[in-house]
Write a protein that binds this ligand. Structure first.
Ligand code: IPE
Ligand code: IPE
Ligand code: MG
Length: 224
């Protein structure tokens, strides 16, 4: 059975779900947040140590302002209401991506990270304003500046996922088979599951089925 230490998820399909069942994309985002809570609980049950959630990409700024504002208001309320709960559950929150939001949101994110910094039951990496290509370019730039030898080990230190093991498993919901600029380096050897269900419909049973299937895969890493 394969060990499972890190799950990454591209939580896709909120907008379509909202339009299909509630007549607005934003309603889908709200419903998607309930799935996030369910999956966090389930991740703890499985004793998985890292959960990386793609919440907002650098490309998502192309969306209408109304939708972007709604997404960030959901995030803000979530942190304000749930950070103590996460902290009590010994969850550590880390943001990956560029934190260049409003002063108020930047502070809330920093405070949330600080508050939970010492926790070690589960680390949640929230990818926010995250784009893998810009992460890679920055890493190259900084490695070059450091004058250190250019090799994998040194390069990895300049990624935002420094100190986080690579994902064993990537799940993308929403019936779309692409990576959308997510963790291009880190996913080099991850097992990838593309799920048909839209994120708000994805549930514990679906998650458990993926995990069960993942555990039975023969992982070669180039070997035979
Ligand atoms: C959620 O799904 C992902 C976010 C950017 C928050 P989408 O909003 O992309 O939903 P679809 O793909 O349009 O259905
Ligand atoms: C990927 O979903 C980003 C997040 C889940 C945050 P998108 O819905 O933005 O991806 P594309 O644009 O369809 O590739
Ligand atoms: Mg989408």
């Amino acid at each position: 059975m394969n060990p499972l230490n890190h799950v990454a998820i591209i939580m896709d399909g909120n907008g379509r779900w909202g339009l299909r069942y509630k007549k607005s994309r934003n309603a889908g985002h709200k419903a998607g947040l309930s799935t996030v809570e369910k999956i966090i609980k389930e991740t703890i049950k499985h004793k998985i140590k890292f959960l990386t959630l793609y919440a907002f990409s650098t490309e998502n700024w192309r969306r209408p302002k109304k939708e972007i504002n709604y997404l960030f208001s959901l995030l803000e309320n979530f942190l304000l209401n749930k950070i103590d709960d996460l902290n009590n559950k010994k969850i550590k929150l880390k943001i990956i991506g560029l934190k260049n939001f409003s002063k108020k949101l930047n502070k809330l994110l920093n405070d949330s990270e600080k508050k939970t910094f010492k926790n070690s039951k589960l680390q949640i990496n929230l990818a926010l304003n995250y784009g893998s290509k810009s992460e890679l370019i920055n890493a190259f730039r900084n490695l070059k500046k450091s004058k250190k030898k250019i090799n994998e080990k040194n390069f990895k230190k300049y990624l935002q996922t420094n100190e986080i093991p690579d994902p064993d498993l990537l799940i993308r919901t929403g019936n779309t088979k692409r990576l959308s600029n997510f963790l291009l380096w880190q996913l080099a050897y991850s097992e990838i599951f593309f799920e048909k269900k839209l994120w708000p419909d994805f549930n514990e049973r679906d998650y458990n089925r993926v995990i069960k299937n993942y555990k039975q895969i023969k992982r070669n890493f180039g070997n035979i």
